[in-house]
Design a protein around this ligand. Structure first.
Ligand SMILES: Nc1ncnc2c1ncn2[C@@H]1O[C@H](COP(=O)(O)OP(=O)(O)OP(=O)(O)O)[C@@H](O)[C@H]1O
Ligand SMILES: [Mg+2]
Length: 241
């Protein structure tokens, strides 16, 4: 579904992505792991059209259609089904929960469909329904993450780019979020490209994983293989082999 080859992206004066190659198949969960500053967020931003791509190719294939991500308009990509759930959640704290969800469907003019999507999200995260008229800033960190995921789902993603869903969350809350991600993939067929510092949890649900370091993929393999790789264990899982 997604093919990225030799991607290079510059931020300020730094070439942050130097030569990034990865692939995500339709229906998969792919995990992109790596330490602080490795270029994970930069990768997702470049793929969703939020940062210019200097070199390399990035192609999205959906239902026989091909999108060149190196020159695509972000809104067109959202319409095609590429939705980005950004680092740090980026919810609008003064808007209500329902208003935040609606923003995820701002390209959708079909009010009945928007209502139906919202009902699906409320079924997935009942706490959001209970508090739908409250300001989003009053939600806990975990609930804000649910809202950020819900808002992304309002865009009806086929490929969902998720940047650090576990950031700042308690382990139990993270588990609940990861269970939801696994269900979204298994039951609704949403393809996921998941960026995580929590390498163990990400690789545990991933069909394939990529370890990024200094702007390039240093290791790639199945989630299981990477979990068992002594180098990955030492460097990213905090375990010594
Ligand atoms: N706006 C910016 N201008 C210049 N350099 C930037 C900018 N944002 C990030 N960088 C640099 O790009 C590099 C990669 O950053 P990026 O945010 O992609 O890393 P990351 O892997 O997501 O890290 P983290 O785990 O901390 O989120 C870092 O060296 C960072 O300092
Ligand atoms: Mg990041």
């Amino acid at each position: 579904m997604l093919t990225v080859e030799g991607l290079q992206v510059t931020r300020g004066r730094t070439r942050v992505l130097t030569d990034l190659t990865l692939e995500v198949g339709a229906g998969e969960i792919a995990a992109l792991i790596g330490s602080n500053g490795a270029g994970k967020t930069t990768t997702l931003m470049a793929l969703s059209g939020l940062l210019p791509i200097a070199q390399g190719t990035a192609t999205l294939r959906l239902d026989g259609q091909t999108f060149d991500l190196t020159r695509a308009d972000p809104a067109k990509l959202v319409r095609a089904g590429l939705v980005h759930c950004p680092e740090g959640r980026q919810i609008f704290t003064r808007l209500t929960i329902e208003e935040n969800l609606r923003l995820g469907a701002f390209l959708n003019r079909d009010e009945a469909r928007v209502r139906a999507l919202m009902d699906e999200i409320y079924a997935l995260f009942p706490v959001l329904r209970e508090r739908r008229h409250e300001a989003a800033g009053g939600l806990s960190g975990g609930e804000q993450m649910m809202l950020a995921i819900g808002r992304a789902l309002m865009g009806e993603p086929r490929l969902l780019l998720l940047d650090e869903p576990s950031l700042g969350l308690a382990p139990q809350v993270t588990e609940r979020i990861f269970d939801t991600l696994r269900d979204l993939n298994a039951e609704r067929g949403v393809t996921l490209l998941l960026v995580e510092q929590n390498a163990m949890m990400a690789l545990d649900i991933a069909h394939r994983g990529f370890v990024i370091r200094e702007g390039r993929v240093e290791l790639a393999g199945s989630g299981r293989d990477l979990l068992e790789d002594p180098h990955v264990m030492g460097a990213y899982l905090g375990l010594s082999a």
